[in-house]
Write a protein that binds this ligand. Structure first.
Ligand code: ARG
Length: 567
């Protein structure tokens, strides 16, 4: 039942004002004490030529509405507050749940639509830093959210495997490669090589010139260069895979920027055709002023080489043709905002259907740093993400070591990783973040482990009872206390929460919801004896426990977090 609809319909009959208009004005009050829905009468003051208080009193006196649905109406300062009958809330919430049960929250609203989620995209031969961890975690969650809502979802990793830095590495490897053992921590060693060759370049201009030559050779497909480049790529992928495995993340397609190197000429040709390509000091650029962007997009440098943006444009063409996408989102840090503005604006001149260019979206996130201070890969004092994840697991193991749990290795992995993931998704993605592992692992804070713990608790209550009550025999009249009603209201908001997190590409909407739900369950559990002598009451409370279990589990799943068997 759509309560808003019922209320709007009744008000409309008293006031003779269009139902749809009324519906627009109905709000959900922030304070629970102001009822479940509220109608601000000042909205009609002009039309009805009466004071809001008069309107409110008049509506209250004359309204005809079923008492079994709306149990109370109050006038407060020109607002009409409506209270939904408790049994009705319970009945509605449970009915909604029962149509889906274990799949609670799912929808097919996205059917027939394809969404590409590009995320992670680290650079090979460079450390995977905590900024990459953040895009990996956000992107993974978003892809799950879209999928849950019925969209066909494709997960893309756009590896950074192109550019002069690889030529530099090749030159470094030629000089000092034999000094290193690449079988352990290869990225650290490649990073060291990179620092060394950069040093030499800054001292000796001729080495830099050699590197430029090597890059040209690499672009032209020189065998030796390609072989080394492949080796760097392989070594890096092995390292990244360790992180993906810890996080339980897979991609549908992993393609490096280099994949697009032979597809860039077409970009240049298309832009030429659209008359948008200009020469500027030997370079080829697209002026974007008429789209409100002051800096032009460089397509080709004066020396004829392509740039990062050109490869992104080629990727857009490729993705449109390969996947026929409706939406393509890029989960990349906010420092690349201008880059994506330029790329998306330039893409409009590629002659693609508007559907594709309208579907491009940069999903950005704020700066992230560790409490010790900013990490820098250039100076070499970075924290390895793999170490961070392993530390989270070790610390979790420490916390649970004396508990009666069978598979401690698995549980500490689920909890440690869950803590890291939740920490990255707890706040709105655009906020800058200090990543505090200690805080993330606080079982009593607003953390992943706290929610996991509540989910485990619902399981153990159900295990103890030994059954899940049949929904057909639940007596709604048994559910009257404040906390049960509150939790049922939360539960019935699950799907709306998922939908708004999809619309805003914001997993934190789900995170916040889960924290509220877990806290409410905790109070519900403390105040109500679930297993009790009154069988009907027990069934009703057990069923709420079951609904909470499913909702917490599904919600955590959408963030990429597992629920342990025991904790
Ligand atoms: N590799 C880049 C980096 O680490 C991110 C790539 C973002 N994606 C893109 N299509 N440009 O900064």
């Amino acid at each position: 039942m759509d309560f808003k609809e019922v209320i709007a319909d009744a008000i409309s009959k008293v006031t003779n004002i269009n139902k749809e208009e009324i519906k627009q004005y109905i709000e959900v009050p922030k304070e629970e004490s102001n009822g479940d829905y509220s109608f601000p009468c000042f909205r009609l003051a002009k039309e009805l030529k009466q004071s809001p208080v008069n309107i409110a009193n008049n509506i209250k006196e004359n309204i005809k509405i079923d008492e079994n649905t709306i149990s109370k109406i109050e006038v407060v300062n020109g607002f009409l507050n409506f209270y939904i009958a408790k049994t009705k809330i319970a009945e509605e919430a449970i009915e909604k749940f029962n149509t889906q049960k274990e799949e609670y929250g799912k929808s097919n609203m996205g059917e027939g639509k394809t969404v590409l989620v590009e995320f992670s995209s680290p650079n090979i031969a460079k450390p995977f830093h905590i900024g990459h961890l953040k895009t990996t975690i956000i992107g993974n969650s978003l892809s799950k959210i879209y999928k849950y809502l019925g969209f066909k979802t494709i997960r893309l990793n756009h590896l950074g495997d192109y550019g002069t830095q690889f030529a530099k590495l090749i030159e470094g490897y030629k000089r000092w490669g034999s000094e290193y053992d690449f079988s352990t921590n290869p990225i650290d060693k490649l990073a060291e090589l990179y620092v060394r060759i950069n040093q030499l370049c800054s001292e000796d201009e001729s080495v830099l010139e050699e590197c430029r030559e090597t890059f040209k050779k690499l672009e032209e497909g020189d065998e030796y260069c390609l072989e080394l480049w492949n080796k760097f790529k392989e070594l890096s992928m092995q390292e990244f895979d360790k992180i993906y495995k810890l996080l339980n993340i897979e991609f549908d397609s992993i393609k490096g920027e280099a994949f697009y190197s032979d597809k860039m000429q077409e970009v240049i040709d298309l832009l030429e055709k659209s008359g948008k390509l200009e020469e500027s000091q030997g370079a080829k650029i697209v002026n974007l002023e008429d789209q409100g962007i002051e800096t032009p997009c460089i397509i080709q440098k004066a020396n004829g080489t392509s740039i990062y943006a050109t490869r992104d444009l080629a990727a857009i063409l490729y993705r449109a043709r390969t996947y026929d996408f409706d939406k393509c989102i890029y989960v990349v840090g906010e420092e690349q905002t201008l880059h994506f503005k330029q790329v998306f604006a330039t893409a409009k001149y590629l002659g693609l259907d508007k559907k594709y260019t309208d579907g491009l979206e940069h999903v950005s996130y704020g700066m992230i740093r560790l409490p010790e201070g900013k990490m820098s890969s250039r100076k070499g004092n970075f924290v390895k993400v793999e170490d961070l994840l392993n530390e989270a697991i070790t610390k979790s193991k420490e916390i649970i070591k004396d508990r009666d749990i069978e598979n401690k290795d698995l549980v500490s992995k689920q909890v440690g990783i869950g803590a890291v993931i939740f920490e990255d998704l707890a706040e709105s993605r655009i906020k800058n973040q200090v990543f505090d592992l200690k805080e993330a692992l606080n079982f009593n804070g607003e953390t992943g482990p706290y929610i996991q713990y509540m989910a485990v608790r619902t399981k153990s209550v159900l295990d103890k009872a030994g059954y899940i009550p049949d929904e057909k025999i639940i007596n709604f009249n048994k559910i009257t206390d404040e906390l049960s009603i509150r939790i049922l209201k939360y539960l019935s908001n699950f799907q709306n929460t998922i939908i708004s997190s999809m619309e805003k590409n914001e997993p934190s909407i789900i995170s916040k919801y889960l924290i509220d739900l877990a806290k409410t369950f905790s109070s519900f559990y403390n105040e109500n004896k679930i297993l009790c002598d009154d069988k009907e009451l027990q069934d009703a409370r057990l069923y709420i426990t079951y609904m909470t279990k499913v909702t917490l589990t599904n919600g955590l799943g959408l963030l990429g977090i597992e629920v342990p068997e025991k904790m």
